[in-house]
Design a protein around this ligand. Structure first.
Ligand code: ZN
Length: 514
């Protein structure tokens, strides 16, 4: 038992079975002793060696601790193995997951090919989209978006349908955006996008107005969001000599009340007739059609020398002349004597026959107006040619194209008004009819005037009756004695209204028109 602790210690350090067997041989004992005394140190686990070298004396409990340390090592190793296995499993799972996600991504994001060669063609109220089918068993969804709002589905094109879509009833001068999405099974393409502006429509009610000398103002109605206008004007009625001015919306005047848009030409030739047409445009060179051609005549400055606008005045007018009698000459003499001026609404054929009388009228400051070419048509039967021919004749004779028109029979029509607008003429009716043509009586004419005349009257007479010349010779001194100024119709309107008479407007008195 004395040796037992030593052997016990050694034996425990060695392989137990072999140590016990070797103990039966004495010869082995010495070898064993020497070997076994070395073995504990040799076979001691490194951890124990470290502790010994650190100064800890091996104690009786050491064998127990060595056994626990070994188990801990095994547990640690086992734990490490488990951790490694777990990491490997996690890595494998992640790899599988990545592969699955990749497959799903490929499956769900592989796109259907987009519509091929998508094009768009626009008018002022429609747009046509066309494209080519890009693959088999593909249908299409067409989405549209106006200048406001989001895309909304407007049409589905089936697998067998033509690849075209027409949008109708669109707003003019408006940007529309389309998205054509290809659909195959449950898969859809991202969508091919195309956009375009509809073209503007023609501006409405284009007119050319003139009330300021050497100036013309174009006026039209348009509320579209256009960027500007091309304005074409020339002196040929087909605009073959036209020059085109491009004006941005900033260069256009907009009436705040009516919304009407206008543009003024200055430094034009007085009395000249010009022809116009306009078209609007917006982005991307989108143009409206040209408007129908309109014409206007540049007004002249009305000579108001010697006229007091605040004093009474009348406009005496004579129709149907000048004939071959001395009536016109006597009337002109009477005016020269009394002072003041008259208006002569003359026939074209008479002007051609009596050019000197027309020239004298102009030379002495009277106004020569138009009363048609030959008086064969009355009121509603008057043609545009009746008016224009007379203007041509009178202009040929005296160099001045009339600015005033009086219709035979007195009635007016839209045709007459339109012709007068394009010729730059106002229409003059009358407020005091002397009925000189039916009475042929100077005293009756004189009485008619004396009994009825008022400031601002337009008095109707005819320079083809000698009785009329008789009446004029007597009534002019009376009128001037009464304080009436004798003025032309244009002077009357300028004096009373502060502006020249407007083309196409019918004036009955200075203060009455329709
Ligand atoms: Zn007449």
């Amino acid at each position: 038992m004395e040796r037992k602790p030593k052997y016990t210690n050694n034996r425990i350090d060695s392989s137990e079975g072999s140590t016990v067997n070797r103990r039966t041989s004495p010869s082995d004992a010495s070898r064993k002793t020497s070997s076994e005394t070395l073995r504990p140190d040799r076979q001691r686990p490194s951890s124990t060696s470290k502790r010994t070298s650190a100064g800890q004396r091996p104690s009786a409990s050491a064998p127990t601790r060595k056994k626990g340390s070994s188990a801990t090592a095994r547990r640690i190793a086992a734990r490490k193995r488990k951790q490694k296995q777990r990491r490997m499993m996690l890595a494998a799972a992640a790899a599988v997951l990545i592969i699955i996600v990749a497959i799903l991504l490929i499956v769900f994001t592989s796109r259907v090919p987009e519509a091929k060669n998508l094009t768009i063609k626009s008018t002022d109220n429609s747009q046509v989209l066309t494209w080519e089918r890009n693959g088999k068993e593909i249908s299409y969804e067409v989405y549209r978006k106006g200048s406001e709002g989001d895309f909304s589905l407007v049409r589905t094109i089936g697998e067998e349908d033509a690849t075209t879509y027409t949008a109708e009833s669109l707003s003019s001068a408006t940007l529309y955006k389309y998205k054509v999405v290809a659909v195959k099974g449950h898969k859809k393409s991202k969508g091919a996008v195309i956009e375009d502006l509809t073209t503007p429509v023609i501006a409405a009610n284009l007119t050319a107005n003139t009330q300021v000398e050497k100036s013309l103002t174009l006026v039209w109605d348009d509320s579209q969001a256009v960027n500007g206008y091309d304005l074409k004007f020339g002196s040929a009625n087909d605009l073959s000599d036209a020059t085109t001015t491009t004006v941005s919306l900033d260069g256009i005047t907009v009436d705040e009340t009516t919304g009407l848009r206008s543009y003024t030409y200055d430094e034009l030739e007085e009395g000249a007739i010009y022809y116009f047409s306009i078209r609007s445009f917006c982005d991307k060179d989108k143009y409206s059609d040209w408007t129908p051609i309109v014409s206007a005549r540049v007004t002249r400055a009305i000579d108001m020398s010697g006229i007091d606008p605040s004093a009474p005045m009348v406009a005496i007018t004579f129709d149907d002349g000048p004939d071959g009698s001395d009536v016109t000459t006597r009337i002109l003499d009477a005016f020269a004597e009394a002072g003041g001026h008259a208006t002569f609404f003359q026939l074209g054929d008479h002007a051609e026959a009596q050019p000197e009388k027309i020239k004298r009228m102009v030379a002495e400051g009277h106004e020569v107006g138009n009363h048609t070419y030959d008086h064969t048509h009355m009121s509603g039967a008057v043609t545009s040619d009746d008016i224009i021919r007379a203007n041509n004749s009178i202009e040929e004779v005296c160099g001045i194209r009339p600015y005033s028109f009086r219709c035979p029979g007195g009635e007016s029509t839209d045709l007459i008004v339109d012709t007068c607008i394009s010729e730059g003429m106002s229409v003059f009716h009358w407020s005091l009819d002397t009925r000189d043509w039916s009475r042929r009586d100077a005293d009756a004419v004189i009485a008619e005037i004396k009994n009825n005349v008022q400031d601002g009257d337009i008095i109707l007479m005819h320079n083809i009756y000698s009785s009329t010349a008789d009446a004029v010779e007597q009534i002019l001194p009376w009128l001037t004695d009464q304080g009436y100024q004798l003025v032309t119709v244009s002077q009357l309107l300028q004096a009373k209204n502060g502006e020249p008479p407007l083309p196409g407007i019918t004036y009955k008195r200075a203060d009455y028109s329709w």
